[in-house]
Design a protein around this ligand. Sequence first.
Ligand code: F0G
Length: 481
Amino acid sequence: MNVKLSDGRLIPVEMHKVRIVQQTNLVPITRRVKAIDEAGYNTFLLPTRDVFLDMLTESGTNAMSDNQLAAMMVSDDAYAGSQSFYKLADAVKEILGFAHTMPVHQGRAAEHLLAKVFVKPGDVVLMNYHFTTTKAHFELAGATVLEIYTDEAMNTQSTDPFRGNLDLRKFADAIKKYGRDKIPFIRMEATTNLIGGQPFSLRNLLEVKKMAAAHNIPLVFDGSLISENAYFIKMREQGYADKSIREIIKEMMSVVDIFYLSARKSTSVRGGMIATNNKEYYDRLLDWLPVYEGFSTYGGMSTKEIEAMAVGLREMTDVNVAGISPEFIQYFVGRLLENGLPAVSPPGGLACHLDAKRFLPHLPQSVYPAGALAAAIYIASGVRSMERGTISMDRDAKGNEVYADLELARLAVPRRVYTLSQIEYTVDRLIWLYKHRNLVKGLKFVQEPKVLRFFFGRLQALDNWGADLAKAFEADFGPNF
Ligand code: F0G
């Protein structure tokens, strides 16, 4: 909950207490520069023993609640007909309003099934923005992904509260150009991950539905960060300040044909799910569920996680649960902006994002500024962030680089995991890094996978800049931090 202090500052105050902790470790600068080199300058390849604050992602790393942990203890392990599944189905009905629930092992498994059942070669899948795994699955099914975002979406210094909105004019043009038969569905992603966790408005969603329904195009909703998007609607959209998160979620869901999510985010567990009121869609998906995931009452998830997900679905409708990460991110971004750093604004729903094109303006996209920035952040702080730029794009069919619209370094703020002093530490090291940004040169691939290369690709620092950055750091802070 944001609280105003007597000096006028706004700070996010945690509406929970910490009862279980995990030790973390800040390895010295000499180790950090070695560790990132061993990891091929790819933060995905760092072992957590070398990581101080893990801001790679909030996927599967949010702190669970006492009630979630308690629910895990009463899970019903059965291959078929588990009681845990029925508890989940009840929670889905209550919170989201869907009659049919299908657990899957995580979000991309839902995307795989949707691609398998609904997408055919030559199709064009429309969406407000892609996520890496979404694009990979739809393209593997032979389709093209077409993003129809607004002109403001790519402005990282925007004041538009809903940069995740879909552009309705482009939607109408796409229907005209490709024809309804080539468009299997339209996908709306709640707080568009790769645009910087930016939400869409309820008004935009309702308008998208109206146009989709007029052409009989199903609306697919990626609700991985549904509670955060609902929180932003409450905070930013006219007419919703007095509505509860539960009411806002219900209104969003009233226009959705197929819902899916990575349960690793808003519900703080490890799993995923598809839900719908359309029995025909459910049956078509169900055909493939046992082939790829498992029986309909567990879908590849542990029944413990299914229990925790039922609790998580209800808990995410508490404004203090839905809002805690956005409020920490708002504080984090505010502190960086106040010091002149190019943090993406307005603050989004899953992370504080730095605009690497503005942080490292001397680096062209061909040497991967966002990847270089993520590596430099690790060297300067021990904080692990994630590249969300050109390295996260794969080459086209001819082997050419596809430059990303945005070059972002993403510092995720897992729900209820880090404290404000840890955020302040990170801010301080980022300010230091910004002052020394000219030392950061680019990266080049030494090992480059063909698909989703950002996961396992290995890179090298051009001109060995990591060592120069570490030397400058040691001169200011000594060898131990
Ligand atoms: N959709 C969105 C919007 C996501 O953010 C993710 C995952 C997925 C689908 C895929 O779900 O990981 O459970 O298979 N995002 C993670 C992240 C990986 O770090 O942002 P998954």
